[in-house]
Structure formats: C-alpha cells, structure tokens
Design a protein around this ligand. Sequence first.
Ligand SMILES: [Zn+2]
Length: 281
Amino acid sequence: MPNIKRPKKPATARKINAAASNENDEIVFLGTGGARYVFAKQLRATGGMLFRIGGRNVLVDPGPESLYRLLTYLPKFNPEKIDAIVLTHKHIDHSADINVYLDVITRGGFNKHGMILAPQDAYGEDGVIYNYLLEFLKKRVVIKEKSTFEIDGLRFTFPIRHEHRVETYGFKLAYAGHTISYITDTKFFDGLIQAYKADIVIMNLIKLGPSEIDHLSIDDCEAIIMGTNPRVAIITHFGMTMIRKGPWNVARQLKEKTGVTVLAAEDGKHYTIEKLLSYGR
Ligand SMILES: [Zn+2]
C-alpha cells in the first residue's frame, strides 16, 4: 500500500512554513479496515488515524496492529510524541492497541504524559483500558454527549451519541477556522447531519448494503454528504463487501451522485489538510 513521502526541505524553511501556513498539518491513516474478518486477516490495516495538526499529535481509534502500522508508515515519528488518544468506542477494531500506546507514551509510567478521551463504558471493569495505566497519564476525560475538550487550540466536540451497540461518539474538530468531522460507527439517523457539518467529513463505511443493525450504508453516506455539504468527504473502515467492490469505485459513485469530492482512504497515506481544503464545493 502506498506510503506517500513528501519531498524534503531544509529544516529552517520547514519551520517557517509550518508556523505561517500549517502546510504540514495532516491526517495519516494507520488503517482503513474495519470489522472482524478484515482485521483478523489484516486485509487492510486497522490502526486508526493520526491527526498531526497545529503541532499536536492526536491518535484516534488504535485498533489491532496500530503501533506496528505507525512505526511502519511513519518510521521517523516517535510515538512518545502522541499528546492525546481519542477512543470513539470500545469495540476491538477501534481499541485493541490502546493499552500498548498508553504504556509507550508514558514510558511504562516513568514519564507522566498524555491524555485519553473515551466514553465511560471504555473504562472500569467492563472496559478496555487498564486501570493501572491511567495513573501514568496527565489527564483522563470521559466523553459525553455535547462535551468539548481543547488541546492547545484544537477544539474537540462530541456532538451526539451514536446508535451503536456500545457507547459511541464521533467528533468535530475545530482549529484555525477549519472543521473536520469524524463519523465513527453508527446506524444512520437524521441528527448526524446537523451534528457533523464540517469542511472535511470522514465516515466509516463498512458495508455496501442497507444498514443491518448499526452501520452506515452507501445510501446513508450519500445522505450525509448531501446534508453536510463538505469540501471533501473521506470514506474509511472498510469491511469485506467494500473491499470486494473496491472502495475507490464506491467513492466515485458517491461523487457522481452528490457532486462532492469523495476519497477512499488508503492505508499509510498522508492527507494534508491544505490539500483537503482545496477541493471545491
Ligand atoms: Zn463498532
């Protein structure tokens, strides 16, 4: 799978540009696979996403093999530099590596560092986060409906509780006048559209067909794109039916129907925010 490398620039130039234009801000897909069969076979990676924005590093939904993917796709990036981990819900394809990261970013507890944001049911006895690791963090946040949290100018809002088998929240990230939404696993309902209007909308599209229990279908994604009218939409978290069909085919189909640029996320790919925002309406 492609690991897009950008041309190197002299260190001084890179620093000046970063401060002036945020040209280095990016989202890296550490995985675009979802659901049991795909992660069991690692047909696509299942490492979640890394938001590298405004000088901060926020990891989202580190599923199975996430750390391995991070080290592979970003060989020069030190995972200890992760500032925060957002867990949208405790399902294993989103959370399997979370404890590994908590140990890594705190150096096994020797460096009190980092924070975690997760729904209440991800913590505690029936949760997925080890209690002893929480002590090593600077902060632990319980995500609730409509809650917001700011990390050095990155404002995360969790606008609405999703319809999913466990407590689940997507987020809207606002920074420097831009907005990025991540609509994680959910059954479709009208409230999603108002909640997630943004410049960039990322959606989990596991299955081709009509939503059975609690996932978005292609038609649902079409309705979300039409309703949220982003500059660009990105689909990810593909299950078997999507992989067989070819996610890029589905993206093209959605683009034709909605008139909005739709990208099918690729494992290991870096998407710069500047480029994503350049897509027209
Ligand atoms: Zn789920």
